[in-house]
Design a protein around this ligand. Structure first.
Ligand code: C2O
Ligand code: CU
Ligand code: CU
Length: 421
């Protein structure tokens, strides 16, 4: 159902079976289908009435990662269980710039289990500004989602989360791209827009193309970058999104271009004939509205990520559902310093994520952030020994989570909650 201002849709978490490898089907979970889900498209300015339905044998939640929604029950973190057989309706107005966001399950502490089974899908936000730019916009033709995950296939092609579980993040040797193994894509346009989501529980992906083909990044988590940024290698960490334009000028029908993660080919582009396309990616993509001046007397929020394995903690503590760890006033921008201690064994990278909106990256160890970090973000990789300063403003009151997005770290307690008041 749809009017000019309102849209009704159902998101149904369900068990199923998916033909991923030859032979036995894999038991999987998905949204409105057996694995992952069809891309959900929201238009900024419209109001959505979403029916959440749970047909799984256990409770789940529906978390809109990257959407700025009113309060924890709509946000769908730990506070918003939907029990087996239950149906709930939530209503929210999407009011943010065009972006690639996503939906995933977030029951605490079983987010890793749910996402591993397949409960993750792309959620696009569209707006008039982005649609007016000369960028590829045809879904499935020149604008394609690329969900990056990994799994281990056990006997009879089944996944076994418990067998593969690792407190530092569950991973598998087989790349799963949009729920498929070794996919290829027919390129019928000179320019292709790839919307990457790292939907893996633990893995970061170091992406590059054959011939060191240039990738032009146009967007990050929260939408368009101020200006495009060109590169030949790109690392994406858990829960981050990044949009790229590839330009296949000079390639011909029958050529192939391969996307690699480290040295492993994960996706093949089969070049078909295409019409010459001379449109350039605009030099200016978006105006990033600053979240506002920070009161010089406001305390700087401190988040210290420490430990590995079972020892992980935020500010020395593990997650407590009954405890509020930090507070911030609605509508006021404040700084948060996110520190990854390097106290033992070299440490590991933690992708730090905040619910409740998007932030701006101010600095890394006091230095300017990378050029592709000048747009809005909701997840930022924090390297061992690094302090990343972010500026955050909240638009809605309530209790929201913040955590490492290595999902087993999150489930293991590298998570905290703040109250926006
Ligand atoms: Cu992607 Cu707490 O979430
Ligand atoms: Cu989130
Ligand atoms: Cu972590």
């Amino acid at each position: 159902k749809e009017t000019d201002t309102d849209v009704w849709l159902t998101v149904h978490a369900q068990p199923g079976e998916t033909q991923i490898l030859p032979g036995a089907k894999t038991k999987t979970w998905g949204y409105n289908q057996s694995l992952l889900g069809q891309t959900i498209v929201f238009h900024s300015g419209k109001t959505y009435h979403v029916t959440l339905k749970n047909s799984l044998p256990e409770l789940t939640t529906f978390h809109w990662h990257g959407l700025d929604v009113p309060g924890p029950f709509i946000d769908g973190g730990c506070h918003a269980p939907v029990y087996p057989g239950e149906t709930k309706e939530i209503t929210f107005t999407v009011n943010q710039p065009a972006a690639t966001t996503w939906l995933h399950a977030h029951p605490c502490p079983l987010t890793g289990w749910d996402v591993w089974h397949g409960l993750a899908t792309m959620v696009y936000v569209k707006d008039q500004h982005e649609e007016s730019l000369p960028l590829p916009h045809t879904y499935g033709v020149d604008d394609i989602p690329v969900v990056l995950q990994d799994r281990r296939f056990h006997k009879d092609n089944q996944w076994d989360y418990d067998a593969d579980y690792d407190p530092d993040g569950t991973a598998g040797p087989t790349a799963l791209i949009n729920g498929t193994v070794n996919p290829s894509f027919d390129v019928t346009t000179q320019k292709l827009r790839l919307r990457f989501l790292d939907g893996s529980n633990r893995r970061e992906w170091r992406l590059h193309l054959s011939d060191d083909l240039v990738m032009t990044q146009i967007a990050s988590d929260g939408g368009l970058l101020p200006e495009p940024v060109q590169m030949t290698k790109f690392m994406i960490t858990c829960a981050e999104r990044a949009e790229f334009i590839l330009d296949f000028a000079g390639y011909h029908d029958g050529d192939t271009v391969t996307l690699y993660s480290d040295e492993t080919p994960i996706l093949t582009f089969n070049i078909k004939g295409f019409a010459t396309d001379e449109t350039a990616v605009p030099d200016e993509l978006a105006t990033i509205v600053d979240q506002g001046d920070v009161d010089p007397n406001a305390p700087i929020h401190q988040v210290v990520l420490s430990g590995t394995d079972e020892e992980i903690a935020i500010n020395g503590r593990k997650f407590g559902m009954m405890r509020i760890d930090d507070r911030q006033e609605i509508g006021k921008a404040e700084y948060w310093d996110i520190t990854n201690t390097n106290d033992c064994c070299g440490g590991m990278l933690h992708p730090y994520h905040m619910h409740g909106g998007s932030f701006q990256i101010i600095s890394r160890n006091g230095q300017a952030p990378y050029p592709n970090e000048l747009g809005y973000k909701d997840t930022v990789s924090v390297n061992p020994g690094e302090t990343v300063r972010i500026k955050m403003k909240f638009n809605f009151a309530g209790v929201f989570m913040y955590h490492c997005h290595i999902i087993e770290h999150e489930d293991g307690g590298m998570m905290a909650q703040m109250q926006v008041y």
